[in-house]
Design a protein around this ligand. Structure first.
Ligand code: SAH
Length: 342
């Protein structure tokens, strides 16, 4: 069975059933732009082609296993089951601004083992295929449609390290951006990475319009190494070169998680200012989401604001991230691979 994301398979089906290109366009639009259901999408095709399309194409690559809606804000956590029985998570974010975003996973588990991240505690199972990455977008789009919403931004900030699944990430980005398919502007897509320099270079070259976010978390090599094992291989000096390179396409987002007594002191602030000087960045200060089994603590709110204000005073565009979905364990770093069924 071919999936609906297999463009060559779709074309073969079209030819086999002698479907006119304009009817095919209606079918694609129904699936990817209008977030219609399967029956409705099939109805856009000539009657004699519907059975073959229905029998040949797999409509969903993932099964929606659970949905949890936050009671304190507009977040919904979606738990999907892969065909080989693994669980992954996506989060729909409905901030008060009205712009709906979707945070998606790129891998089952993660191999980076950052000390502050719940996903890292689960180990790594496998990369998601591009179908599985894209299906999170399609299914979330269908879920928000009855609310009169559409997914405006897609961020790769769920489970996994997207730049360690480069081939499937690129396939998915191409599909999301293609005008006849999802037609997302690059500015509405953001990929967040722990910082894999060679992959950042390829990303910058192949997807210059797509937003890049770097999880920096410390501009002090020894501190960053303690937080993020990958930092031992990919040093701050090396990352800075890639940041400069990537920022030629526009501002890079710097994510800075604030951990009490770890990366929130004067020395940390000065190192950060020094490190980012003369690079066009947008610094996003992230509150730490605590979870069971992790001893780290978040920096108190007032100190976070102070840190952020100092960065602003030093001329850096800085925002404090407000974390949605904390009550449903959908906030950053709380996406945990479930070991068993439920
Ligand atoms: N692997 C990618 C994307 C997934 S994590 C990356 O590291 O960027 C998305 C963001 O959530 C990253 O900035 C990550 O550092 C942050 N994060 C991880 N655990 C967190 C936690 N417990 N609280 C708040 N943010 C966390």
């Amino acid at each position: 069975m071919a999936s609906i994301y297999d463009t060559a398979g779709l074309e073969a089906l079209r030819v086999r059933n002698a479907v006119q290109p304009h009817r095919m366009k209606l079918f694609r639009n129904a699936l990817f732009k209008k977030a219609r259901g399967w029956d409705e999408a099939l109805e856009t095709l000539p009657e004699n082609a519907r059975t073959d399309f229905a029998d040949t194409l797999r409509f969903e690559s993932l099964e929606l296993a659970e949905r949890h809606d936050s009671e304190i804000d507009g977040a919904s956590k979606l738990i999907f089951k892969t065909t080989d029985g693994h669980l992954i998570e996506s989060v729909i974010l409905r901030p008060k601004t009205g712009r709906t975003s979707l945070c998606i996973s790129s891998q089952i588990g993660c191999a980076c083992y950052c000390s502050f991240c719940a996903t890292g505690k689960m180990g790594f199972t496998r990369n998601l295929t591009s179908d599985e990455i894209l299906d999170q977008v399609t299914q979330a789009s269908r879920l928000v449609k009855p609310e009169g919403r559409s997914i405006r931004n897609v961020v790769f900030m769920g489970m996994g390290e997207p730049l360690l699944n480069l081939a499937h990430l690129f396939e998915a980005l191409e599909f999301l951006r293609a005008a006849p398919l999802f037609n997302y502007a690059g500015s509405r897509l953001m990929v967040s990475t722990v910082g894999i320099p060679q992959a950042m270079a390829r990303f910058t070259e192949q997807h210059p319009e797509v937003q890049l976010a770097l999880s920096l978390h410390s501009a002090r090599q020894e501190v960053r190494e303690k937080l993020m094992p990958q930092a031992r291989t990919y040093t701050l000096d090396r990352l800075r070169e890639e940041l400069l390179n990537a920022s030629q396409n526009g501002k890079v987002m710097i994510e800075y998680l604030m951990l009490a007594g770890v990366n929130d002191g004067e020395e940390d602030l000065l190192a950060l200012e020094d490190y980012l000087r003369d690079i066009p960045v947008h610094i996003n200060i992230i509150p730490f989401n605590e979870y069971a089994g992790c001893n780290l603590r978040g920096t108190p709110k007032a100190e976070m604001t102070g840190f952020s204000n100092r960065l602003k005073a030093a001329g850096f565009q800085t925002t404090l991230r407000y974390s949605l979905g904390a009550d449903i364990a959908a906030a950053c770093g709380q996406l945990v691979q479930h070991k068993k069924g439920f």
